[in-house]
Each structure stands twice: as structure tokens, then as C-alpha cells.
Design a protein around this ligand. Sequence first.
Ligand SMILES: [Zn+2]
Length: 99
Amino acid sequence: MKRQKIRALIYARICKRLKVKQAPCVVCGKPVPKKKATLEHIKPVSAGGGWDPGNLAISHQPCNVWRGVRPLSQVRVENGLPPHWGKKGGKDGIEGAGL
Ligand SMILES: [Zn+2]
């Protein structure tokens, strides 16, 4: 599946799950317009994270760059958000967005 298609799928799933029209950025918590959404790996690919929906979330492009490969829980706390997105779980304490 193409990256673009995966992103659209994850975006739609988050909106459905949260009952919102715009998916929130997993890094800063603010809504991301669909056309500006980037795919965020909760556990970075460079750290062994995969492309399964449980490891994918939505972020703003600048947030995605700003986060880099730092743990998501850490950057969320820096942004004044709770460390966990969605349910607790997973290796860095965050369960994926998608589902
Ligand atoms: Zn953001």
C-alpha cells in the first residue's frame, strides 16, 4: 500500500475513533488539516518501528521534523500534553493511533 493511502486510512480511523473532523497531531495535540497531515511513526522506523496501524499516527509536518526520533512520550510532555496518546501500552507507553 502506498504511503499516501496509508496516511488517508489512519487519518480517517483517528477521526472516526475520536469523533472529530480533523485528526489531532500526536505531537502537539492541535488539529491537523487533512491536506497537511503527515504520517508519524510512534516508534521510529530507525528504532525498529513498523508500518502496522498500531504504530502509526498523524502529525503536522513541522511537528514531525521537530520530534525527529525522540520518544513520543517525551515530546508530548515538552508540549504540555499527557505522555500517552490513546490507551496505555506498547513499548514506549503509547498505543497507536490508528486503532
Ligand atoms: Zn503538531
